[in-house]
Design a protein around this ligand. Structure first.
Ligand code: ZN
Length: 300
């Protein structure tokens, strides 16, 4: 069945780029709503921004969505990842500023808050997007693809390679199934390089960034006194970002995501390429997964 939150929950914090304080209020939503942001600080009737690949307007240093009135919500990916990780289909997210608060740089706060509020099963079958054909996007050294799978889950694999030896080469593979997001990804924090901070600040970015909400790397290694939460926190955060960016397809994806040097830009291009290729995917009700899985195995 489709799920929404059992009751409303809220939190507040600063945006990592704007430095602006924002309050978020997550509210239950009716069946087939999907995930919708509503800006509370703009004229009424102009603030609704659906979380969908088609509304993505910027992918530099985070994913920004914008509606037809030019109203935006920035850095939606960590919250969307928590929503996807919990298996929430319908949700209204009210926000009173332009940027989703960064909290601790991971999805943990959002995830725990919504998990404690509890989920409510709704009176309609969950719909998901089943990948039927291999779709691949290439952007210089970056590559991302979606391929069919025989079951009903999102299988994920990613690899990153940095010349900086603190990160180096990291790779990870997992299946996004109930519980795996909380266990393997939710806690992984965003990261950046100290050498980029001055440049970002001169562009008006990273104003709210600090060692409290990002892993920062300089020539000597990790600057955060507490160090890393896990040795491979970097690739785990890239996987977390991908969970959030893939959520923008509009429904959970049954498919295999495979990426090299992934980022928000290539993730969004991949989702758009999938949705723009009618033969590459179909809608599927959760109840019909066994039959669809059989069908795919038979034609593979
Ligand atoms: Zn991120």
């Amino acid at each position: 069945m489709q799920h929404t939150l059992a009751k409303a929950v809220s939190c507040a914090g600063v945006g990592v780029h704007s430095g602006q304080r924002a309050r978020l209020n997550m509210r239950p939503a009716p069946v087939n709503t999907g995930i919708i942001f509503i800006r509370m600080d703009v004229p009424q009737g102009t603030g609704t921004v659906p979380a969908h690949a088609e509304t993505v307007s910027d992918t530099q240093l985070g994913t920004t969505i914008t509606n037809e009135h030019g109203v935006s919500v920035a850095v939606v990916e960590h919250l969307l990842a928590a929503i996807a990780g919990l298996g929430i289909d319908n949700l209204i997210v009210e926000i009173d500023a332009q940027e989703v608060p960064i909290m601790d740089g991971s999805s943990s706060v959002f995830y725990e808050m919504m998990m404690l509020a509890g989920l409510k099963a709704q009176g309609a079958l969950r719909r998901r997007i089943r990948v039927l054909e291999h779709i691949e996007v290439v952007e210089g050294p970056k590559r991302a693809s979606l391929s069919p799978v025989a079951d009903d889950s999102l299988t994920m694999r990613a690899r990153i390679e940095y010349t900086d030896k603190t990160i180096g080469v990291q790779q990870m593979a997992m299946r996004l199934v109930p519980g795996s997001f909380a266990r393997d990804l939710a806690f992984a924090r965003t990261f950046g390089f100290a050498r980029d901070v001055d440049m970002l600040r001169s562009m008006g970015l990273a104003r709210g960034g600090s060692l409290e909400n990002a892993v920062v790397i300089d020539e000597n290694g990790i600057m955060n006194p507490e160090g890393l939460r896990v040795e491979d926190e970097f690739i785990r955060h890239k996987m977390l970002d991908a969970v959030g960016d893939l959520m923008l397809a509009g429904a959970p994806i049954a498919g295999a995501y495979d990426a090299v040097q992934p980022g928000h830009s290539i993730n969004n291009k991949l989702v758009r390429a999938l949705l723009a290729t009618p033969s590459a995917w179909c809608w599927e009700d959760a109840g019909s997964l066994a039959e669809a899985g059989e069908g795919i195995r038979a034609t593979a």
